[in-house]
Design a protein around this ligand. Structure first.
Ligand SMILES: [Zn+2]
Length: 412
């Protein structure tokens, strides 16, 4: 049996006035997804427990079949795993965005999509600033460049000197877009330290040649580091031990790479996948088809619908969903139809609302179809059809087990 999972990140949404009262899934022309719905099982699930932050770090862990309430420790440790960084039991990882804060408001959580080369230089300046302003910290703390604005701050230490505990809460900068940052500094054990580093970073980065050059070029400077997503390494049981097979992850997003690494999955890089609206959908589809010659389970994650929502762009979200349908789902359905027993699952990780430009918890529609899966009677794949179906799989982490079950339960 071959298993395909497609994650259209953040694709679930509410009806939009600009789309004639339809959700993006409803408004998009998606013949491949609708055909899956017509012969498969459509319903609702929920990948974000009430007590955890709504985001891919929690929701994709759930989608991969791990209970986030048991395993989620923070976003940064997943991104560290993606970079091949191993965290010891007393180490902590902190997500470090380079951001643009103007007049105390989050003007840009990406600092104008600062380049990796620029970010590397800016973080070296931050490291020097940290050593000068916090000499006691310098030995244990290091800024680690990642990709563009997505970087890390690592703490290597001892349990006795742990700077944080699980009470720490810090707001993701993409949830603060165009909002004042003053009321959203971190809270809990270790929050004062994080707040001080963030505040001091303004002086470390101001006037840096990279920022001067960016401003001269008319693009946004990186005014601060923004620290969040704090956690220790999670202890995921290997996917093979839990579900009896391995998987391959195709994604352009580090935290998905990290989840895959921690679950023991293979990661397949598609050079032209960008994690943005301009990603090469067809290349991802081709890579997944090729991977099925060696893998039994392939997961294709596409960040574009989430990015469209962050930009509040309903038309771009519809376009992203249509591209996924035409260039990933359709060719894979056609390929798998010629290669024997197979199942296909499509499910967003969480809703990302165009109206609020941010992630939300709540129900997302799933569709699964293929060998042994009984149809539930929906004609389309969207939020409304899924809600009209009686199918509910909750909590969301149980969806994976249901999808991989040897014999799919007959729909009642
Ligand atoms: Zn997501």
């Amino acid at each position: 049996m071959k298993y395909l999972i497609v994650i259209p990140d953040g694709a679930a949404d509410t009806p939009q006035t600009s789309l004639g009262g339809k959700t993006p899934f409803q408004a998009a022309h998606t013949p491949a997804l609708d055909a899956l719905a017509a012969r498969g099982r459509v319903g609702l699930t929920n990948h974000v427990p009430e007590s955890l932050p709504p985001g891919s770090e929690v929701a994709c862990m759930s989608l991969m079949g791990y209970d986030p309430l048991a395993f989620f420790t923070g976003r940064a440790p997943l991104e560290a795993a993606a970079q091949g960084i191993t965290l010891g039991p007393d180490d902590w990882a902190v997500r470090c965005n380079l951001v643009t804060i103007t007049d105390q408001a989050m003007a840009d959580f990406t600092a104008g999509h600062v380049t990796t080369a620029e970010a590397t230089e800016l973080l070296a300046a931050a490291q020097r600033g940290l050593a000068a302003d916090f000499p006691k910290l310098a030995a244990n703390w290091s800024f680690v460049p990642g990709v563009s604005y997505r970087n890390l701050l690592l703490y290597r230490g001892t349990a006795a000197a742990a700077p944080f505990d699980d009470s720490l809460r810090a707001t993701p900068p993409h949830d603060l877009m165009d909002k004042s940052v003053v009321d959203d500094f971190p809270r809990g054990t270790g929050s004062r330290l994080l707040t001080e580093i963030m505040s001091r970073s303004a002086a470390w980065l101001e006037g840096h040649p990279v920022n001067k050059a960016r401003m001269a070029a008319g693009v946004r400077p990186a005014t601060h580091v923004w620290l969040w997503g704090v956690g220790r390494a999670p202890a995921l049981e290997p996917f093979t031990a839990k579900y009896g097979m391995s998987g391959t992850m195709i994604t352009a997003v580090d935290l998905l790479r990290g989840l895959a690494a921690l679950a023991g999955w293979k990661r397949l890089e598609v050079p032209s996948a960008t994690g943005y609206l301009d990603t090469d959908y067809a290349a991802k589809g081709r890579a997944a088809i090729a991977e099925f010659t060696v893998a039994d389970l392939v997961c294709v994650h596409v960040e574009a619908p989430d990015e469209a929502s962050h930009e509040g762009d309903a038309a771009a979200k519809v376009k992203a969903i249509e591209e996924i349908d035409a260039k990933i789902v359709a060719p894979l359905v056609a390929h798998l139809a010629t290669s024997g027993e197979h199942r296909i699952l499509v499910c967003p990780d969480h809703p990302t609302f165009i109206a609020t430009k941010t992630h939300s918890r709540g129900h997302v529609p799933f569709v699964m179809a293929g060998s042994g899966i009984t149809r539930s009677g929906q004609a389309t794949y969207d939020e409304v059809a899924a809600a009209a179906s009686s199918q509910r799989i909750e909590p969301g982490w149980k969806l994976m087990g249901e999808f991989l079950k040897t014999k799919s339960k007959t729909v009642s």
